[in-house]
Structures are given as structure tokens and as C-alpha cells.
Design a protein. Sequence first.
Lengths: 252, 164
Amino acid sequence: MQNLEALKNLLYRLADDFLIMGHRDSEWIGLGPILEEDIAFASMAQDKVGYSLSFYTLLHELGEADPDTIAFKREAIHFKCAQFVEMPIQDYAFSLIRHFFFDYAADTRIQALKNSSYDKLRDLANKISRELKYHCMHAKTMVTQIAKGNEDGNSRLQEAVNTAFPMALSLFEPTEFCEELAQAGICPTEASLQKEWLQRITPLLIEASLSLPQVPEPNPYYGGRKGYHTDYLDELIQEMTAVIRLEPEAVW
Amino acid sequence: MVNEIISKTTLLDYLQEVKDPEIPTISVVDLGIIEDVKIEAGNKVCIEMIPTFSGCPAIRFMQLEIINCLKKHGFTEVEVKVAYEKPWSSERITERGRKQLLEFGLSPPPRIKGEIEEKDLEQAICPKCLSQNTVIKNPFGPTLCRAIHYCYNCHETFEQFKPL
Ligand SMILES: [Zn+2]
């Protein structure tokens, strides 16, 4: 198969982003500011872990280890997720803004993959894109309501945007496979996806009276796609695999 | 005993016994998650199913229930594959299924033509009074497939099986 390494790299990035983001979302269970938000984050976590399983299954079909092994028996250095998704949940404002940035970015990429030249990825993108509409809708509604609600809500969200935006750009960190994937029609370049994402979120932020900050160059949050991660990822993996390590051969 | 190959219709009738554990009035057949059925000689059957929402935790349970059900009906070899990559749509729910959702107190999803759009997600019919004068409160309800809406007519919140 042509472009196999590039394709696997893309699938790992997709799967690992969804797995780690899903786990971070699930940390809101029992902590949400209102019960409805608790449930929303739990549902979105479930969806995202589900997507990661679908991508790990595709990787398995391409010769990689089985999904459980990939998800739970790798060291942090082998993960391809962006540093953005590794960050702790912090407060609700940060998590809400991360959810807004992440889901619009994921939706932008998945929409593009509906035209991928790789048919299995295209099928999966068709399925996932329908569900991601709910994630984007939720993010947009909550951000708009809170940012337009009162000054306190607006300033807290603005602070979260200032912190999260440079991190969010790590979702579009260029990789050595970017050009190859674009030329093969598998996935557009990271630069073009980032541009499209910005075109989608900018009017929504303006509507919510929020603005994007300047970002230092080079972006200090780059590295995740190459296996350079924060210590937070390692801690999260330890937590995720605590049960498996107790009884490695247990059957569920 | 004559090794007679049963028809697909009979097999789908058997599968009416397997219900969605989260909505026990609707069967896997009426939910539209049975994609393909292959019946082979020697009491062997191969089923392909599609999960509703990707993260649906009930899919494993329904997979096992289908195997149990068909073994009970005399099949010796039952294989149930889950096609995670195939998109399920709420348009696959049968008319009977939509009535069963309503019986359970869940608003059936609005009918979708073509690509689903954001405005489709906001529409719902109140399962109590059938009013369409409703508003979406949260796209995420107690399970992945349910959203929370509010009826301006009854002044009560209700759950909807989400359009997809
Ligand atoms: Zn009503």
C-alpha cells in the first residue's frame, strides 16, 4: 500500500487526540458546575473514546497491534496527540474553551476527511461528522451564553481564551507527512486546516465579544506530534492504565 | 432432521426479541442497527450490525444478546460483526420503532432529508402533547442518543431520541 507510514501517522494523531481529550472530558464527571454540564462532558467523553476505538481498529487492520494494546500499553513517547489535549482540566472556563477549540478543530478535520482518497477513513469521517455537530453546538451555545451573560463570565472566558489559544494551535502542528498526505488526497495540510478552523471560530468569538491573543513564535506547545509531551500526559496514562496494570491478563 | 434453511424474514422476527437495553420497548430490528444477515447451511448465521452513536456502550450487550437469541432458536454458529465505520442514521428507525419510542415517553427524532443540519438538531415534538412549540435545552441527555428539550405547551422538559 502506498503512503502507508503517512496514513498510520495521521490515524495515530486522530486516535490519540480523541482518546486523551475523551479522558480529560470524563474527569468532569461529578465536578460539573451544573448537573447538565456534568452529563454533557460525560457524553462527549464517551463519544470521543468511541472515535479513538474506531481509529485504533483501522490501525489494527493496517497491521498495528490490537486497539487495547495500542491504547493502554504504550509509553507517552509513542503517543502522537497534541499537547493541548494533555493539559489538566483546570477550571470550567478553561475546559469549556478547550472543548470549543478542540471540537471545532476536530469537526474541521473530519469534514475534510469526508473527501479523503482513503475510503475507510472517508466512511468513518461520514459517521463521526454527524455526531460532532452536537459537540460543536454544545460548545457554541455555552460559550455564547456565558460570554454574553455578564462581565464576570466574559472576562473569565477571555482569560481562558488567552491561555488556551496558543495551546490549541498545537492541534495543527505540521508533521513530516503533511505534504505527502495532501498530495495523495488523504488529508489537507495542517496549515490549510488551521486556516479553515480560524475562519469558522473567529465570527463566533466576535459574536461572543471574545478576542484571540497574539501567539509567540515558535509555538512553545509544538512537539506532541513528534512524541514530545508534557508530564501531564504521563500522569494521565498512569491513571488510565491503573486497572490494567493490577491484572494485566484480566478478561472483561 | 431435515436441515432446512430458514428465511431472512423469520430470522428478523426472532431478533424482535432483542431490545435496546436503554429503551426496552424498541428492538434492534426497529432501531435499524441490523445491516446485513447471511444465513448459511448447517445452521450458521452471520449478522452485521451498525452502532447508533460511535460510543454507544450498549452495542456489546446487544451483540451478545443477538448471539444468545439465535442460539436459542437453534442456530449452532452465530457470528455478529460490528461495522464501526458505517454511518447509522435516525432515518433507519422504522415507523413501528418511532411509535415504540413514543410509548416509552421519548420524542422520536424529526425526519431528516439529506445531510443533517444544525436546525434539525433543535426540532422536537413533545411526547406528551405532541406540540412542536419546543426548545432544546441540552444536546446531551442521560444517554448518548438522547437530548433534553422543553415544551412551552406543557411547561415540562422531555427527552428526545436525537436525530443523526
Ligand atoms: Zn407538551
